[in-house]
Design a protein around this ligand. Sequence first.
Ligand code: PFF
Length: 455
Amino acid sequence: MASAGRGEWSGKAGFILAAAGSAIGLGNIWRFPYTAGENGGGAFVLVYLAFVLLIGVPVVLSELSIGRFSKLNPVGAFKKLAPGTNWKWLGGLGVLTGFGILAFYSVVAGWTLSYLWGAITGQVGGVTTAAESEAAFVSLIGGSFMPLVLTAIFMALTIFVVRGGVSEGIERATKILMPTLLVVLLIMAIRSMTLEGGMAGVSYLFSPDFSKLNVGVILAALGQALFSLSLGMGAMITYGSYFPDRENLPQAGIIVAIFDTGIAFLAGLIIFPALFSVGVEPNAGPGLVFIVLPSIFSQLPAGGLFAIAFYALLSIAALTSTISLLEVVVAYFVDEKQWNRKKAALWIGVACFVLAIPSALSQGAVDIFSTSFGLGISFLDLQSIVWGNYSLSIGALGLCIFVGWKWGIPAALASLESSGHALQGHALWSFLVKYVCPVAVFAILVYIMITQQYF
Ligand code: PFF
């Protein structure tokens, strides 16, 4: 039983859907393709996959073990497992990171809503050339009024679901979404790969050119693996804390990781063939997906309907991720500060919207936000790198050290296996958590500092 009033998933399937809902989102369909495109394609994809297996999966299991054992938010969990120590700050970093990610994620989610509206009114399906598509995108995100309104709408939706609490709000939203999203993406990938010249995109994605690898690419791949799996900030601690005692947790965690990675690859198989077919550069940046996708819809039978289905599903996938971001922060205030859930959801959401304003206005509307006060990248990109790459990596590093060396593998394993279901390959898991993950993440961060290739 979860402690009174915290709530619990209705079962393993409920957890898998909710955790997959957190993991699958704009990270897979928006961030993965443009990051792969900016970092040279195949070599990045290979390193990303290696990180998912060697770091992502071990960290998923570590976070879930902490969540299930403590039944608390990230800060409370570290306080309970290591009382009177500074480990609680690691949880604090996670809560802050949730806030930071939500403050740029909601901006991009707002763009998605606008595309949904465009699909419903027939504008998106009608766009045929990449140049038209790019012009429409630039005029949408470069404004000041619409990006702010769209961000506000998305934040309001997120607040609304999180107010409702764990099982009612979050589970219900995900149950229908995931299978439908999978089918729509599969059909789009098939269409995209059969476009003229599309196969060049498949080979871009899968033939690694190792001369493209440098430490910046490696950090981007690590950040993307963590971001996509919702790791390094305690989202999986929080979601694991609602996991029913009787169910097989390790298996559920691994299924979520497989789902998430599969969807990212599917997104790659949609974007890259289409991109080569219409002649857009792979390194087009955060606009990539929004610029390339309309051209696929115009090539599909009933493309207009597909566009509506796709953007509706993408909006919901983004929503199930923003829910988990807000939930981490809300769970902290509810558990640790005894705030009422409804009040916490509302005020944290509003504060996060305020923090999202510079990102929303960073695509041309306000110069200082477009250059991040002279750093040369947009405020939105800066947030994505700071929170998505650095903060999650530091969080994952701390988490592995905590589980491997402080709390200890036996205790973590006992928590994972407490329902009586064994974790196959637990010796490998232990080795990865204790040695491979900390050393790899630490080495990458130090190397970045030495070479000063921060962005
Ligand atoms: N995993 C989400 C995505 O790929 O869209 C983003 C995210 C959600 C990151 C929750 C971190 C998190 F805790």
